[in-house]
Design a protein around this ligand. Structure first.
Ligand code: HEM
Length: 225
């Protein structure tokens, strides 16, 4: 394992994570009026519903899939599911969600660049984060091409070991990635970079997911007589 590996896959995750947490806290404290999704629905509804729904269904499935898939220790599911089976589930679920996210994201990006009103109100960071998310989804889908050549789940287990070493402070995380292909490494690095710049973009709205909606009482809406 060389110095660059340790820097990129052993130390960079902690830098990205620290900026993510401290940056989000500072922005919440100092920039309350900038803490929003930056909805553009009032400017143009065209393609927004389809694009945004596909994108969000895809991205939320991917987000929770990564969370559970990477951070669940192998011994938890080993008694009833072989590593290869888990990898197959990840490929199918991640593949479908990735395609939905890609189609939705492409619609949103098209709208952002070619709808004159939306373009005029977009910041550099709005365009940048959406573009980076799309490249990240493409890299994620690209890893499937590599994964189908080794369906025993071995690489997936190493990636999970790496993520658990980082999150649970086990140390020597980068060692788990020895021999893992470049597409996985690029996917990890871009993912960490998205985490790093998260507090400086509209992604802060993810912290404010309106979970209260799930349990709130109905609103009664009456037509005018
Ligand atoms: C339950 C969680 C979430 C909710 C309720 C939510 C809600 C929203 C809303 C209301 C918008 C504005 C759409 C518009 O009217 O223009 C938006 C935009 C956006 N969201 Fe989310 N979001 C969630 C999770 C996420 C996640 C996990 C990501 C990515 C990691 C994400 C990325 C984005 C992006 C990039 C946009 C801008 C799309 C564009 O360029 O038009 N969101 N979100």
């Amino acid at each position: 394992m060389n110095y660059l590996d340790t820097l990129l896959f052993g130390l960079y995750p902690y830098l990205a994570g620290s900026v993510f947490l401290i940056g989000s806290l500072l922005r919440f404290d100092h920039g309350q009026y900038t803490w929003k999704t930056g909805s553009s629905q009032l400017l143009s509804r065209r393609r927004l519903r389809l694009g945004s729904n596909l994108f969000h269904i895809g991205v939320l499935t991917i987000f929770f899939g990564h969370l559970v898939g990477l951070l669940t220790p192998h011994w938890v599911y080993a008694p009833f599911m072989a590593a290869g089976t888990k990898q197959l589930v990840a490929i199918v679920v991640g593949g479908v969600a990735g395609v939905l996210c890609l189609i939705g994201g492409a619609i949103l990006l098209y709208r952002r660049f070619f709808d004159s009103r939306v373009r005029a109100s977009s910041s550099v960071s709005d365009n940048l984060i959406l573009s980076l998310l799309l490249v990240q989804v493409m890299l994620g889908l690209g890893t499937i091409g590599s994964a189908v050549h080794h369906l025993d789940g071995g690489v997936m287990l190493r990636l999970a070991e790496w993520a658990q070493s980082i999150v649970f402070f086990k140390g020597d995380a980068a060692a788990h990635l020895a021999g893992v292909g470049w597409i996985y490494r690029l996917h990890i690095l871009l993912g960490l970079t998205i985490v790093l710049i998260f507090p400086f973009t509209r992604l802060v709205h993810v912290w404010s997911a309106p979970l209260g909606y799930l349990g709130r009482r109905y609103q009664i809406v009456r037509r005018r007589a």
